[in-house]
Write a protein that binds this ligand. Sequence first.
Ligand SMILES: NC(=O)c1ccc[n+]([C@@H]2O[C@H](COP(=O)([O-])OP(=O)(O)OC[C@H]3O[C@@H](n4cnc5c(N)ncnc54)[C@H](O)[C@@H]3O)[C@@H](O)[C@H]2O)c1
Length: 252
Amino acid sequence: MFNGKALDNKVAIVTGAGQGIGAGVARAYAAQGAKVAVVDWNLETAELVAQSIRAAGGQAVALKCDVADRAAVDAMVAATVAQFGPVDVLANNAGITRTAMLHKMTPHQWDQVLAVHLTGSFNCLQAVVGSMMERQRGWIINTISTAGILGTIGQINYGSAKAGLIGFTKSAARELARYNIIVNCVAPGASTPMTETIRTDERFRQRTLDRIPLGRWAEPEEIAPVWVFLASEGASYVTGQLIGADGGMSIH
Ligand SMILES: NC(=O)c1ccc[n+]([C@@H]2O[C@H](COP(=O)([O-])OP(=O)(O)OC[C@H]3O[C@@H](n4cnc5c(N)ncnc54)[C@H](O)[C@@H]3O)[C@@H](O)[C@H]2O)c1
C-alpha cells in the first residue's frame, strides 16, 4: 500500500503545533516523510518544535499565525507554499478553552472559542482548498472533542464549537468528495497543557479517569498515528468520519 514512508513528499500544515497534540502530530508527519508547517500563534514554541524536527532529520518550518485571523491565515498558507509547494494535508488542531458556567460566560468568552475552533478551521480550509480542488487531492483532519459529542459542564462555548466541527467535517467531506479530497475528524484524549487541570486537580482527576474505559491518559505521540493514517493513501476510502482517539471516552 505505501511506497516508502506513509507521507513521503506530502506538504502538511498543522495548526496549534507549538505544543501538545499538534506538536505530536507535526513530529509524526515529519517522521513519515512530510514537509511540515508548524503553525502556532506562539512562534517561540513553534520554532522549538520545528527545530526538533529538523534535528531529527525531518523538514519543517515554524510559522506564526492566529487561525482566527483570515489575513494571517492567507499569509501563512502562502509562506508554506513558497517554502515547500502546494499543500496536501491540513490538520486543523489549534484550540483554546475559556471555561465558565453558562450563566456566567461572557459574550467575549463565547466568541473567542468559536473564533479559534470553528472560524479558524474554516479560514484554513478555505485557504488551502482551491489548490487541492485543482490538483484533485487533499487530506483534511479536524480536531474535535468528546465535549462536542457528549456535552460538557462549564464549556458550552467549547462543546458547541466542537459539535460544529463535526457538522463542518461531514459537510466538507460530502462537498469535496468529487475532488478526491478526504475530510475526517478526530476526538482525542491526551496529556497536554490544555488538560492539566482535569488530570491533576484532585476535584476532577479520578472522576475524569473513571470516564475513560482504558483508564489512563495518552501522550500525544501515542495518538498521533491516527492523524498519520487519516493523511495517508491508506485513508483513500475513508471520509466524513469521526474517530475517537480517546481511550474509549466517547463510546456511546
Ligand atoms: N488534550 C486533550 O485531551 C483534548 C481533548 C479533546 C480535544 N482536544 C483538542 O485538541 C487540540 C489540541 O489540544 P491540546 O490539548 O494539544 O492543547 P494545547 O493547549 O496543549 O495546545 C494548543 C495549541 O494551539 C495553539 N493555539 C491556540 N489558539 C491558537 C490560534 N488562534 N492560532 C494558532 N494557534 C493557536 C496554542 O498556542 C497551543 O500551542 C485542540 O483543538 C483541543 O481542543 C484536546
